[in-house]
Design a protein around this ligand. Structure first.
Ligand SMILES: [Zn+2]
Ligand SMILES: [Zn+2]
Length: 366
């Protein structure tokens, strides 16, 4: 099985088409020609397939659910970059290191769904510049640079989604508060005084029972190229807009291959589920305080999907430091390194000191 090469030539002029965010069409940057997506199946969330997790973990997925991809690992940061159609970029979008298009291929799980870009590069950049402009301590030069600097990279980032039905048996204890009054001796102006004091105590009762919960489309980032705290902060995503996978949506964009394996993804998903089940158990125990001694969870109906989510990304070198910003390609929410201007901070400290001195002066003279 050879890696597929996707190309999208313009029917009018032959130049490369790119997917046009917010539309369901491909657009030619050269002559403006617009043509509908050739292969994309009709948009229906119900058409999205879930794959069986146990099958996949035993490498038992149908050949149709796998694909052979050409991998281009970044020599600096290890990101696996898949260049699509019109993208001639040979720079890693995460660290701006030049990369040579790889010759090796790898068998990977095919994406089941893609969330197409809803906002274009101009809107993404506007969102980022606004966000930076609202950070009072951001260096003005950096904001200017972001406004005029080179285009953001449109990137499809790999995620796993997990579904599971869980049923958990637990044992623990419920703590209920009660109050007792006791007499204490306190020192008041150097003299001992006897006083009443209310003391809180906890009475514990054994508790045991069952909780159950269905998890639906729990998201786990399948990339190590961006800090998880950035991508987590881009949530929420409206997964109702997911479309059955078609390479058409990737025309002119870059897609990253997953570098977190399905089994590692499942471990992370189980941790997130366990934390939620623990909260469920505590709510079920009730009372003022809870002690959880053990939880045994049975998982069933475990399925997963491999999906791609859209992110606009910028990496800027400014005053010798690299700043990275990510913009949710669906909602325009921004996240990134918070830059600080030493000048603005020094000025703020001086201003605060001046105000403090003025307040002191006024209070002394009134
Ligand atoms: Zn054209
Ligand atoms: Zn890199």
């Amino acid at each position: 099985m050879a890696a597929e090469d996707h190309r999208w030539p313009c029917a009018q002029c032959g130049a490369d088409l790119r997917f046009s965010p917010g539309d369901t069409a491909l657009k030619c940057d050269h002559c403006g020609h617009v043509q509908p997506l050739p292969d994309a199946p009709p948009a229906r969330q119900s058409a999205l397939r879930e794959l069986d997790l146990a099958d996949a973990l035993q490498d038992g997925l149908a050949p149709n659910d796998m694909e052979q991809v050409r991998i281009t690992p970044c020599p600096n940061c290890g990101a696996q970059v898949e260049f699509q159609g019109a993208t001639h970029a040979t720079e890693c979008p995460f660290c701006a290191t030049p990369v040579a298009i790889g010759t090796g291929t790898e068998r990977k799980i095919k994406p089941q769904a893609v969330l197409p870009f809803a906002i274009d590069e101009r809107q993404g950049r506007e969102a980022m510049v606004n966000w930076l402009g609202n950070l009072w301590f951001a260096p003005g030069g950096l904001v200017e640079y972001a406004r005029k600097g080179r285009a953001l990279s449109g990137l499809y980032v790999p995620y796993w989604t997990f579904d599971a039905a869980t049923r958990s048996r637990y044992a623990g204890a419920r703590g209920e508060y009660y109050y007792e009054t006791r007499m204490v001796t306190v020192q008041v102006n150097g003299r001992n005084e006897r006083r009443q004091e209310r003391v809180r105590k906890t009475r514990w009762h054994a508790a045991a029972g069952w909780v159950s919960r269905r998890f639906d489309d729990l998201l786990v980032l399948a990339s190590q190229s961006l800090p998880r705290r950035y991508t987590d902060a881009l949530a929420p995503w409206d997964l109702g807009a997911l479309r059955p996978y078609s390479a058409d949506y990737l025309a002119g964009f870059t897609a990253e291959g997953y570098t977190v394996s399905l089994s590692d993804g499942q471990v992370i998903a189980r941790q997130i589920m366990a934390a939620q089940i623990n909260r469920d158990v505590r709510a079920d125990i009730g009372g003022d305080e809870q002690r959880v001694d053990r939880i045994d969870t049975a998982y069933s109906a475990e399925t997963f999907k491999h999906i791609l989510l859209p992110i606009w990304m910028a990496a800027y070198k400014y005053n010798g430091k690299t700043y990275r910003f990510v913009v949710n390609g669906q909602t325009g929410k921004v996240q990134g390194e918070r830059p600080y201007s030493a000048w603005k901070i020094a000025f703020a400290v001086l201003l605060a000191a001046a105000i403090g001195a003025a307040v002191f002066y006024i209070s002394q003279n009134s």
